[in-house]
Design a binder for this molecule. Structure first.
Ligand code: C5P
Length: 246
């Protein structure tokens, strides 16, 4: 996908109020390609925070990881489409029918109501889950095999891409042979930034070089003394990857 480094930067607004989100959006509106609204901010501030970002010209990735019966997920995704989001996600573990009906509902509402069709993205295995977590819930596949199986199922069900840790990008690219299949990677840290609770991280440039389309960055920007400056440094790092020979 032909995007500028800036367009590839998704800033995670993991804050607890519309006021804090607004301050970050104002600071970063010329720098972030997209703002990620997850379950924390959405539960605290509601859909108005999404409407506000969209009406100020920002693009939103609604990261609510829907996982429910097909009818409910499809309806929730249609409602997210009406909010004007650019990207939304569901758990691939919800199954092929859930994903297919979601993609269909999003297409239908976008076409009928003449609104932009958001990309529908699948979550495979959460990066917080390991083999023990999977076994607890009855999944006997090791995490890599499960990521591969769910990424393939997502692609076959019409999803636009997956969220994956940077160390899974190569695995996904080799199991889903569709260059336009989007890979979105959190777990990104500039080389001088604290890890927080992220364990396996890559720098912005490294993630792009191995084939990620978008990177998600939260605390290294939102908790920086000067978020705009932190975002500029990250974009400069991403530009290095864009200039490096393939
Ligand atoms: O602050 P930090 O850069 O670690 O934020 C990463 C964002 O990406 C958070 O919103 C987190 O919930 C999200 N995320 C993640 N790992 C995943 C999926 C989502 O860190 N596997």
């Amino acid at each position: 996908m032909n995007l500028t480094p800036r367009e590839r930067l998704i800033v995670a607004l993991d804050v607890d109020s519309a006021q804090k989100a607004r301050a970050l959006v104002n600071d970063l509106n010329q720098l972030a390609g997209m703002f990620k609204v997850g379950s924390y901010l959405f539960t605290a501030a509601g859909p108005d925070v999404v409407r506000e970002i969209v009406s100020s010209g920002g693009q939103v990735f609604l990261d609510l990881k829907f996982h429910d019966i097909p009818n409910t997920v499809a309806s929730a995704a249609a409602a997210a489409t009406r909010l004007g989001v650019r990207m939304l996600n569901v758990h691939a573990a919800g199954g092929a029918e859930m994903m297919r009906r979601t993609v269909d509902a999003v297409f239908e509402v976008a076409e009928k109501e003449r609104i932009q069709r958001p990309w529908v993205i699948a979550v495979t295995v959460l990066t917080s889950a390991d083999a023990v977590t999977l076994k607890e819930v009855g999944v006997l596949n090791p995490p890599e095999a499960q990521v591969t199986a769910l990424a393939k199922l997502a692609a076959a069900s019409g999803m636009d891409g997956v969220v994956a840790s940077p160390r899974e990008v190569a695995l996904i690219r080799s199991s889903v042979k569709m260059p336009e299949f989007l890979v979105i990677t959190p777990g990104i840290r500039p080389s001088d930034s604290p890890l927080g609770d992220q364990k396996r991280v890559m720098t912005p440039a490294e993630a792009l070089k191995i084939g990620a389309d978008f990177i998600v960055v939260g605390r290294p920007i939102t908790e920086a003394p000067n978020p705009a400056e932190a975002a500029r440094l990250i974009i400069a790092d991403m530009e290095k990857a864009a200039q490096a020979p393939a």
